[in-house]
Write a protein that binds this ligand. Sequence first.
Ligand code: ADP
Length: 633
Amino acid sequence: MSDNTPAPTPAPTPVPTTKTHAFQAEVSQLLDIVVHSLYKDRDIFIRELVSNASDALEKIRHLQLAGEKVHQPDAVLEIAITTDDAAGTITISDTGVGMNRDELVANIGTIAHSGTKAFLQAIKENGGANENLIGRFGVGFFSVFMVARNVAFYTRSWHADGENLCWQSDGSGYSIETLESEEKRGSRIVITLQDEFKEFATASRVKDILLRYSKYVPVPLLLNGEKLNTVQAIWLKNKSEVSAAEYKEFYKFHCHAWDEPLEWLHFNADAPLVINALLFFPSENTEKTTFALPTRTVSLHCRKILVDDAPRGLLPDWLRFLKGVVDSADLPLNISRETMQDTALVQKLNRVLSKRIIKHIEEVARRDAALYDKFWREFGIFIKEGIVTDHINRDALAPLLRYESSHTEPGKTTSLDEYISRLKPDQKAIYHLTGHTRAAIENGPYLEAFKARGIEVLFFTDATDDFVANHLNSFKEKDFADAGQADLDLGDTPAATGEPLPEKRLTSLCEWLKSELTNTGEIQLTAVGTGNRLVDSPAAALNTDKYVSASMRRLLKSMNRSSESAPSVKLELNPRHSLIHKLDNLRDTDPAFARLVAEQIFANALLAAGLLDNPRDMTARIYEILEAAASRK
Ligand code: ADP
């Protein structure tokens, strides 16, 4: 023993048994990664275990307040850590909820979080683990195996009929044994360190580590009998009393985070409700990787005491990327999780909080464009989700939207307010075009009419953009309008170049095309006409269905749902285009070839509109055209 520390209670000897369980495959993979790839900051295992202990204590406190009968109700709520540098061990004990056998298996023998397997697979395929990737995932309890040779997890659950158990592992498998002796309620983790990590059995080293986080631990924290902290809740403090470094450390401790927060919002309100909230925007959207990763979200407290660590209904769903704490002194402490979602109070909190958060995001956008840009890239998708799903906040969210447009440089975005400020005097709508990329939209036939008139067009490059515009319907009294729509009134004619085909020829060309093309593919060609929107392209297929845009159709198709009717289009010709002049001539001189050319013009127009379902037919036709062209010298 060293440091004159009180001797820890001797570890009870587990009843001998040979039964060792294999870890679930994912746990083994995770351990493999933890042990072999996670070299930095090995001391974080202490933070992870203390924070688990603290969670367990917050849970027991809430159970007691809710009137549950718990085992050893008088046990003092605290975390006690002891070090023994001679033995090379560190022990972390808490008087929290503890675990029963099933919980031991489920919580530290298995990884219950769905998506873990896929995540670990991705790490492997990425050529090994990278610290950030692991950090995003959070290894929690298993981080102890970065330093441990052996871990003995003694525990006694809070349930009256709980057993005294010892879970043990050297990292290759685990055993669970029933103890003959009585354990204190809660958990006691005895870590036997690997030789090269014996530093973590030294009181001074451990004290340094603990002091970094101790002020965020909501219960007394003792090291070798010495009390390290006075319990305080930084969210109840005044903003001016908390430094940026403290916010960041709190984030790491309380939210089990490994990253630096992108931004945080700390606010205290007295009316209409007493609220103290400290909310963090993480640096990354982990949902982007499509794995349902375990995430700590926003926990709900009442005067420092945890009421629910994952309260449903406290915030709208689209704000699930936030982490942190909401504390409301108005909340009854003994409220049960089940009824909470339905209480008028939680609904009121939800409204007040979401309004305040949206206001904060707006402030960020005004204050720091670069930061907002980062936020938008990571979390813009949640804002869009909010517009579609949260009708209460829909209008407040619209100013947060950002798009690239024909006015912005590639990679830069505009807000709807900025778009509105650049409206042409008689502009009737907010125009948008959909495509997979900016380049695809810029090379399509629809933009030119708007460019020629100096009208800005928003580029919808996200699959959800159309959907969002549909839900918004309008912004500042201007309707959203698909720039690929047939019946757009763009007002004046742009400066035209070249002579148009004479009126009579044009009418007969349109009639001829209509009769030649009607049966092409699954598209309904409702009309062939001329207009003044085209400048450089010979023709464009315009959507005549006001409610189902071409991109919406694609979206429905990708979800294996088709819209009721076949897409109907109008083919608009550019009467000044030389190809249209030549096609008109060709009708007289070589009708068969003219037909081929007409079909190809239509196919090109459909392709640009994203409506060509079967491009294979096109290849054969192009060969025919090439052959004809080649034999014409
Ligand atoms: P996380 O804390 O992110 O859920 P961990 O791997 O750290 O992941 O812990 C897994 C689970 O094991 C916890 O969610 C908790 O249910 C349980 N657990 C861990 N430590 C303790 C403890 N000291 N007391 C009670 N339960 C614990």
